[in-house]
Design a protein around this ligand. Structure first.
Ligand code: SAM
Length: 219
């Protein structure tokens, strides 16, 4: 399934990755992983023809698969190391989790909507990727497997969840969109020591809300 360059979508995928590459601020390794992964497999068949537009698209339960540029940008910021443990909050379609796995990370992903997890598990199996999934509130992290070298939140948080800061390994990186429900800045938080964190923020994005104990209370 992966590396299947004969399918009708490959050329469109290649053109999309080329256009992302021209933006100049994205990791080559991440773009290579995106070139291997057929995005249409994460979408309902009625959206296959739009799979290689650089845009977020609807998935089940009124949620979205993120825009390819956003996936590439956040994954570049995360700076995934082979064999490193990465926690993703917001499995959604499973696309971002697969990119992390293709980069060699040990992936743990949490989603609050059970039907999305069910569907994502099927895609992971189809691609032969071993990804640990859980249905639940990701704002409180997944303490059993902490600490994580990387944590990526793919929904909009009102503030950085304390639990995720605590579950970050020393030297680890947390990437999370923080702001209002209408728009968010992308935060990169690096854990320098037990108590010291470096925080920086860049460009604005628009995500669906992160709903939970340390997120928004409602959608
Ligand atoms: N990463 C996904 C992908 O590759 O398709 C896109 C994620 S979508 C933009 C955001 C997801 O976060 C939604 O599926 C939503 O249900 C989920 N979500 C929102 N709040 C959550 C929470 N507290 N814990 C886990 N998942 C949450």
């Amino acid at each position: 399934m992966l590396n299947n360059y004969d399918n009708a979508f490959y050329e469109r995928r290649r053109l999309l990755i080329e256009s992302l590459r021209r933006r100049g601020n994205l990791s080559e390794e991440v773009l290579d992983a995106m070139l291997k992964l057929p995005r249409e497999k994460f979408l309902d068949s009625s959206f296959h023809f739009r799979a290689y537009e650089d845009t977020a698209l609807p998935i089940d339960a009124n949620q979205t698969i993120s825009q390819p540029y956003t996936v590439a940008y956040m994954t570049t910021l995360l700076d995934v190391k082979k064999g490193g443990k990465v926690l993703e909050i917001g499995t959604g379609s499973g696309y971002q989790a697969c990119i992390l796995a293709l980069l060699g990370a040990k992936v743990y992903t949490i989603e609050r909507i059970p039907e999305l997890v069910e569907k994502a598990r099927k895609v992971f199996k189809e691609f032969g990727l071993k990804i640990n999934t859980r249905v639940g509130d990701g704002t409180i992290g997944w303490s059993e497997f902490a600490p994580y070298q990387g944590i990526i939140v793919t929904a909009a948080a009102p503030d950085v969840p304390d639990s995720l800061m605590e579950q970050l390994a020393l030297g680890g990186r947390l990437v999370v969109p923080v702001g209002t429900k209408s728009y968010q800045s992308m935060y990169l938080i690096e854990r320098k020591s037990e108590k010291d964190y470096n925080k920086s923020s860049t460009d604005s994005f628009k995500f669906v809300p992160l709903i939970g104990k340390e997120g928004w209370k409602t959608g």
